[in-house]
Ligand binder design. Structure first.
Ligand SMILES: Cc1cc2nc3c(=O)[nH]c(=O)nc-3n(C[C@H](O)[C@H](O)[C@H](O)COP(=O)(O)OP(=O)(O)OC[C@H]3O[C@@H](n4cnc5c(N)ncnc54)[C@H](O)[C@@H]3O)c2cc1C
Length: 388
């Protein structure tokens, strides 16, 4: 029997698409090789799922075509998702910067999808790996549960980051095999590692976090940064990492809210030690170690103007050239993927293969940190769900 729609991937985008197809009375089968659905939803936002952002807009996404996501985003808004949560009695709150989190656990969102799938008679088959897809009068899928046939096929297999949560490159490989262009992928929202030389100096700062402004390739983020035993992490670094390419330099303003040179001038005749003064603005342990590493601390009155300017420049524009990222195993998202020029922005259908849809992270649309990636998964799943 031919099913109307098969969706490969029971993650955020696949589940949303399944509901929308189900609402239209389509017979829907969702396949996933994992033993449970929505594994990334479960772990997202530290288990509380940062499921959307009140400020969602095309500017929060990285893509070779920054306009592509506009259509889907305009048809599925944060209010559409919170209406679904309200319907299921799931409470949530805004943490900061428009980021919405569940009050309890992300498990509530998974229950929501389970209930909605039952309501619309959607069949979920877990532990089912798709190995091959043949288009032609619909689609024929070879799986370890036998051959399955459908009129429409939606590929919602996500990016390749966090393979232990089920991520594969299946969607990218399938698109490539069917002649669709796929941009090279790289890890995004990922910690950066120090060069060997920097690691020797800055390893001792491990565990310290502070607010900073991180700039990379024309993008600037002001949030927390965290020194790790391998390099740098924290929200501002994760954000910048999505724009970072191997060999690029990043610039960190360790004191984004003050002009430290002005502060130095106010203490020009002071006998206070530099590290002591810096501790008024930075964590004490950081000030002590930073002075030890970069500029042995003296009394402020003992520095020349030139030296103070140099110290201020180091604090406001600390330039580092990371060695690498921590890779796909630690990346929240995959940057790159299926070229949006191959897809309709209205329906997410492949222009060259009728009835074939690609949604979610497998597409070359990557959100910044803050609920934007899940929102793209919902919005693109919703868009395809109106047509598949
Ligand atoms: C640790 C972590 C935390 C995150 N936190 C947030 C957050 O708080 N907010 C936010 O917006 N985003 C967050 N993200 C990103 C977000 O989870 C993803 O962008 C989003 O889940 C992508 O949805 P998707 O449907 O495209 O893919 P996924 O949710 O990854 O779903 C893809 C599904 O396809 C299945 N699959 C893959 N290959 C096959 C195959 N060959 N056969 C069958 N099934 C297959 C997988 O098992 C998986 O279930 C986080 C990601 C990670 C890793």
């Amino acid at each position: 029997m031919k099913i109307d729609v098969i969706i490969i991937g029971a993650g955020a985008s696949g589940l949303m698409c399944a509901l929308e197809c189900g609402k239209r009375g389509r017979s829907v089968l969702v396949l996933d090789h994992s033993g449970s659905m929505g594994r990334k939803i479960r772990v997202s936002g530290g288990g509380r799922c940062n499921f959307t952002n009140l400020c969602v807009g095309a500017a929060n996404y990285l893509s070779h075509n920054p306009h592509f996501c506009k259509s889907a985003l305009s048809r599925f808004t944060p209010a559409d998702f919170t209406a679904l949560l309200d319907k299921h009695g799931i409470s949530y709150h805004e943490k900061e910067k428009g980021r919405l989190f569940c009050n309890k656990s992300s498990a509530g969102i998974l229950s929501l999808f389970r209930e909605e799938c039952t309501r619309y008679n959607i069949t979920l088959r877990l532990g089912c790996r798709v190995s091959h897809v043949m288009p032609g009068n619909g689609f024929s899928l070879s799986t370890d549960h036998g051959v399955m046939e459908s009129r429409s096929l939606v590929v919602a297999t996500g990016g390749i980051s966090y393979p232990e949560l089920g991520a594969t490159d299946f969607g990218h490989r399938l698109a490539g095999r069917l002649g669709l262009k796929v941009f090279p992928v790289r890890p995004g929202l990922v910690p950066l590692t120090f060069s060997e030389q920097d690691l020797r100096m800055f390893r001792q700062l491990s565990g310290i976090s502070l607010d900073a402004e991180v700039a990379c390739n024309g993008k600037t983020f002001t949030e927390n940064i965290l020194f790790t035993h391998r390099g740098l992490s924290g929200p501002a670094i994760l954000q910048a990492s999505s724009y970072w390419n191997r060999g690029d330099q990043i610039e960190i303003n360790l004191l984004p809210h003050f002009d430290i040179y002005e502060v130095f001038l106010g203490h020009r005749q002071s006998r206070r030690e530099l590290h002591n003064l810096l501790s008024d603005y930075l964590p004490r342990r950081f000030s002590l170690l930073w002075c030890k590493i970069m500029n042995p601390s003296r009394q402020l009155c003992c520095y020349s103007d030139r030296e103070l300017r140099k110290i201020a420049a180091l604090l406001h524009a600390w330039k580092i050239r990371p060695r690498d990222t921590e890779g796909f195993s630690r990346a929240e998202v995959t940057v790159g993927g299926i070229d949006t020029d191959e897809l309709s922005s209205k329906t997410m259908e492949a222009k060259a293969v009728a009835g074939l849809y690609f949604i979610g992270e497998v597409v070359d649309v990557t959100g910044e940190l803050g609920g934007y990636n899940l929102h793209w998964a919902w919005a693109s799943g919703y868009a395809a769900g109106q047509y598949a």
